[in-house]
Every structure is written in structure tokens, then in C-alpha cells.
Write a protein that binds this ligand. Sequence first.
Ligand code: ADP
Ligand code: ZN
Length: 213
Amino acid sequence: MRLILLGAPGAGKGTVAKMLTAIDGSVQISTGDILRAAVKDGTDLGKQAKAYMDAGDLVPDELIMGIMKARLKGDDCQAGFLLDGFPRTIPQAEQLKDLLADLGITLQAAVNLDVPRDVILDRLTTRRTCVDCGAIYNVKSMPTKVEGVCDKCGGKVVQRDDETEEAISNRLDVYNQKTAPLADFYRGEGLLLDVNATSSDSVVASIRGHVGA
Ligand code: ADP
Ligand code: ZN
């Protein structure tokens, strides 16, 4: 599959992407995961990105495009890719369009995961993430077996630095201003697939039906 996953923070892009990779070997490419790994490793990219991320602001387009230009050339992308958290702005979407044209890759769809705001807020405040493998848990609906320890890799499971109430509220504002307009962009490209994302299972079923996977 060659898809873009759009949707507010907490809409379930990461969860859906992980479910889809299991179907056909497509790779999940999450700019948020790439950036968090860079912050953790203390690379130059991580140092440049950290303050934006902690505040819930977007990292500058140039940094993101640098990451994605290199990433989409990876051999593993031949099997397909699920873009999770990218593009996030109209300039990113325009540059992605040029980049894919250069690489001779066509997208199948830009899937817009639609979830009511109260559900989003509840999900984000109860979400926990493994610092080592990125696995996502939820203190209410999907707790770890042992508190604070990842079931999959034994890593530490924590609340992200940008999951304070203030940063969450800023991330939602940034989403509405900068990222929500991408739905119209992709509708114009004839690629938009709108799905009700209250349940991740039904999102996966809709996507499979749409792309025939
Ligand atoms: P969310 O759960 O909010 O969707 P992500 O894990 O996708 O979060 O991203 C976390 C943070 O990383 C964002 O708040 C932003 O600072 C930065 N980031 C991730 N992807 C992008 C992008 N495509 N453009 C700019 N900033 C990004
Ligand atoms: Zn883990």
C-alpha cells in the first residue's frame, strides 16, 4: 500500500499504520517516531527539533523534507509505505508531490481519520508510549501488563513530553490551522478517503476495501 494517513493527534494514525504493515509488508514511516529517536540519540536533528516538539509546535518544513527525501529512497519502501504524521503543512504536501513524481511513485489514497474532539482529548491524556520501540498503550483501554514496562520489548513506557494538557491543546490548534487544510488539498488531487475513525478495526477494513488489499 502507498498511503498517507491524515488526522488530528490521537486520531489513531500510528495504530492504524501498525495494523496495515502486518497485512502486506508496507513500512510505517512516522516523522514523529523519527524525530523522537533523534532527540533520544542527541543527534543534530534531535537538538534542532526538541524545543518545537516539547511545545507542541511543528518542526520547520526544511528539516522534515530533509528526513523524508532520504527516507522515501529506502529499499524497504518498494513494498509500500504508510506515511504517518507527514505531510503536516501545505508546503510539505506540495514538496512531497514533486518528490514522488521524481521517484516515479504514485499514491493510492490520502486517508483522513475523523474523530470527535472529546474522544481525541481523552485518548491523548491517557496515552502512554514505549521510549524504546514506540509501542502505544492506553492507561484505560490498553494498559501494559506491568505498569510502566513495555509488553513487547521491556522498555520504559511513559507519557510523552508533549502530552501535557498545555502542549496537547497547542497541538490541536496547530493541527486545525496548518494540517486540516490538507484534506482539501488531497480532495483536489482526487486522493482523499474520509473515514470515521472511532474504531481502528473499521478504519483498517475501509482502507482495505478501498485499495483492494
Ligand atoms: P501526534 O501524536 O501529535 O500526531 P507525532 O508523533 O506525529 O504526534 O509528532 C510529534 C511532534 O513531532 C509534532 O508535534 C511536531 O513537533 C513534530 N512533527 C512530526 N511530524 C512532523 C511534520 N511532518 N512536520 C512538522 N513537525 C512534525
Ligand atoms: Zn517497547
